[in-house]
Design a protein around this ligand. Structure first.
Ligand code: FAD
Ligand code: NAP
Length: 496
C-alpha cells in the first residue's frame, strides 16, 4: 500500500499529478485501448458503496444518458452499513441491496472494491482522472464520551460492537466479554436499541439471521440478563423510534423495567407532541406505568431477562475493578431538564449514582473522518463543508450521505440527500459550471496507478462470487447468509 501525502493548495504537486494523468491518457490512447472519441462521456467517480454511493450513482445514470459512473470501495464487498450496520434480525431493510445490484449491473456503472481512497489512490488523483468525484464514504468513526476509564476492557463503542456481530473485518478481534449480568448502553438512539435487542434476543431467533457464527457462539454463552439504556435527557427526548421500542416491549423472555418517577409530567405533555413522537411516548408511558393484563404479568414474571430506559443520566466515569484491569461499573451524573420538548437541555444537578456492570457500550453516535488533508472538513460537525452536496472551494468535488449531513437518518433519508447531490452535479454539467468537454481517462488511469501500487480491485462480478459462497454457506446451516469474516478470505473467493 502506498501512503499518499498531499499538501493543501500545493500547486506544484497538483500540476505534476495533472501531467502524470495527461501522460497516462496519451499512453492509453496511443496503446489503442481508448480511442479519442471514447473519452468524451462525462466520467464521475463515487467514493464509497453504501446507500449514499449507490443512490447517487442511480440518480446520475437516470438523469443523464451519457454519464459513466465508477464506484470505489475500501472493502472487497459493497453496501456499507446495509451489510455491516443494519441489525441481523431486520432482513427486510436489506432488500435495498436488490436495487443497488440493479444499478451496479448497468453498463454505465462499474464497481472497484478493495480500493482504499486516501491510501491506495488520493482524492486529488481521482479529481484528475474524472470530471467529478462524489465522496460518499460515510461515518467510520464514533463520538467518544470523554470520561475517565473509557479505555478500560469491557467498554466498547457501539460501532465496533455492531461491526463485530455483523462481520466487519476490522472488528473481528473484538470478542466482547459477556460474562457479567448487567450491561449498560449509553445513548437512546436506534443503534442503542439494536444492540440491546441483540444482547437479549433468544438464540433461536438470532440463529435464523445472518449474524456471524462467532457472535452467535459468544451470545450462546452470554451471562447478560439485564440491559439498561441510559440517556442524558428524558422520555420526550429519546432518539429511537416507536417500531424499535415495540420490538423491545415484545422481546420474548424479557420484561421491561422502567422507573415510574422518570415519567412525571409526561402524560400532560403528550397533547403538544407531533404525531410520531406522541405514539412513541404513549408506548413508553404505557410500558412504564400501566398495570399489564394477567397474561402479560405472567409472561413478565417468568422472563429471565430484563431491559429498561434510564433517563436524566450522563456518564461521568467508568469504574474499574480492584485490579484496575476492566470495568466494574459506571458513575452517572443525575441531570434535570432545562426547557421543554425536543430541544430541552440536560443540566447537572450535582448528584451522582453508581451502577454495577461489566459491559458498557457507548452508542452516542458515529462520526465521519477526513480521508484526505486536502478536504475542507468541519471537525466540529464532522462533515465535509458543502452546499447542496457541492464541496466548498473544490470545483468538481461533491459529497452525499452521512459524510454530507452527519451520522443521522435512515436509508430513505440518505437516499433523498444523495438524489439531491446527484441533481446538483447534473445541474452543474447542464449549465456548464462543471466542464465535461475535456477528455478524462477515468478508471483507465486509476487502474494504471493501482497496478503500479500493487492494488488489485474487486469487480462487481467478483463480489457476486463472494455473495454466492456466503449464501450457500448460510443455506447449509439454516441462515440466510454466512458472511466471510476476513478481507483475505473475501479476496481469495473473489479471485477463485
Ligand atoms: P455507509 O453506509 O457507511 O457507506 C459508506 C461506504 O464507504 C462503506 O461501504 C465504506 O466501506 C466505504 N468507505 C469508507 N471509507 C472509504 C475509503 N477511504 N475509500 C473507499 N471507500 C470507503 N437505516 C434504516 O433505514 N434502517 C435500519 O435498520 C438501519 N439500521 C442501522 C444500523 C446501524 C448500526 C447504523 C449505524 C445505521 C443504520 N441505519 C438504518 C442507517 C443507514 O445505515 C444509513 O442511513 C446509511 O447507511 C448511510 O449511508 P452512507 O452511504 O452515507 O454510509
Ligand atoms: P442518534 O439517533 O443520533 O442517537 C444518539 C444518542 O446518543 C442520543 O440518545 C443522544 O442523546 C446520545 N448522545 C449523543 N451525544 C451524547 C453525549 N455526549 N453524552 C450522552 N449521550 C449522548 O444516533 P444512532 O443511534 O447512532 O443512529 C444513527 C442514525 O441511524 C439514526 O438516524 C437512526 O435512526 C438510524 N438507525 C436506524 C435504525 C432503524 O431504522 N431501525 C437502526 C439503527 C440506526 P441526545 O438526544 O441528548 O443528544
Amino acid at each position: 500500500m502506498v501512503m499518499m501525502v498531499m499538501m493543501k493548495d500545493d500547486k506544484f504537486l497538483t500540476g505534476l499529478l495533472s501531467r502524470c494523468v495527461e501522460q497516462q491518457m496519451i499512453e492509453i490512447i496511443s496503446s489503442g485501448v481508448l480511442s479519442p472519441g471514447e473519452g468524451c462521456s462525462p466520467k464521475v467517480c463515487i467514493v464509497g458503496s453504501g446507500p449514499a454511493g449507490f443512490y447517487t450513482a442511480q440518480q446520475l445514470i437516470k438523469a443523464r444518458q451519457d454519464v459513466e459512473v465508477d464506484i470505489y470501495e475500501r472493502l472487497p464487498v459493497p453496501f456499507g452499513l446495509v451489510r455491516f450496520g443494519v441489525a441481523p434480525d431486520h432482513p427486510e431493510v436489506k432488500n435495498v441491496i436488490n436495487t443497488f445490484t440493479q444499478t451496479a449491473r448497468q453498463s454505465r456503472c462499474s464497481f472497484y472494491g478493495n480500493v482504499d481512497v486516501g491510501t491506495d489512490v488520493s482524492v486529488e488523483e481521482l479529481r484528475q482522472a474524472y470530471h467529478a468525484v462524489v465522496l460518499s464514504y460515510g461515518a467510520e468513526g464514533n463520538r467518544t464520551m470523554g470520561v475517565p476509564g473509557e479505555d478500560l476492557a469491557g467498554v466498547h463503542a457501539a460501532k465496533d460492537f455492531v461491526g463485530w456481530y455483523n462481520g466487519l473485518p476490522s472488528c473481528r478481534q473484538l470478542r466482547p466479554d459477556l460474562s457479567s449480568e448487567t450491561a449498560v448502553i449509553l445513548g437512546q438512539g436506534n443503534v442503542a436499541l439494536d444492540v440491546a435487542r441483540v444482547l437479549l434476543s433468544p438464540l433461536d431467533i438470532l440463529k435464523m439471521t445472518d449474524i456471524t457464527q462467532p457472535a452467535l457462539e459468544a451470545l450462546a454463552e452470554s451471562q447478560v440478563r439485564r440491559v439498561l439504556i441510559v440517556g442524558r435527557r428524558g422520555p420526550v427526548q429519546v432518539a429511537c423510534t416507536v417500531k424499535e421500542v415495540r420490538e423491545m416491549v415484545n422481546l420474548p423472555n424479557a420484561r421491561p423495567e422502567m422507573v415510574g418517577a422518570d415519567f412525571e409530567g409526561v402524560a400532560e405533555a403528550l397533547k403538544d407532541l407531533p404525531r410520531p413522537r406522541k405514539r412513541l411516548t404513549e408506548l413508553m408511558l404505557k410500558t412504564a406505568l400501566e398495570v399489564p393484563g394477567e397474561k402479560e404479568q405472567q409472561r413478565r414474571s417468568e422472563a429471565s431477562h430484563a431491559w429498561g430506559f434510564r433517563f436524566f443520566r450522563s456518564p461521568v466515569e467508568i469504574l474499574a475493578d480492584p485490579e484496575r484491569s476492566r470495568t466494574a461499573g459506571i458513575r452517572l451524573a443525575v441531570n434535570r431538564l432545562e426547557g421543554s420538548g425536543e430541544g430541552a437541555r440536560a443540566v447537572l444537578t450535582g448528584e451522582v449514582e453508581d451502577v454495577t456492570c461489566g459491559l458498557v457500550i457507548s452508542s452516542i453516535g458515529y462520526k465521519s473522518l477526513p480521508i484526505d488533508p486536502s478536504l475542507p472538513f468541519d471537525s466540529r460537525k464532522a462533515i465535509v463543508l458543502n452546499n447542496m452536496g457541492r464541496v466548498q472551494r473544490a470545483a468538481g468535488l461533491y459529497c452525499s450521505g452521512w459524510l454530507k449531513t452527519g451520522p443521522t437518518g435512515v436509508i430513505a433519508t440518505t437516499m433523498n440527500n444523495s438524489f439531491d447531490t446527484a441533481r446538483s452535479l447534473v445541474e452543474d454539467m447542464d449549465l456548464g459550471t462543471l466542464d465535461v468537454s475535456v477528455v478524462k481517462p477515468g478508471s483507465q488511469s486509476v487502474a494504471a496507478l493501482l497496478e503500479k501500487r500493487g492494488v488489485k480491485p474487486v469487480t462487481f462480478s467478483d463480489w457476486e462470487k463472494i455473495d454466492r459462497v456466503e449464501l450457500s454457506r448460510g443455506e447449509a446451516v439454516g441462515k440466510p447468509r454466512e458472511k466471510l469474516l476476513t478481507v483475505e478470505e473475501m479476496l481469495q473467493v473473489a479471485r477463485s
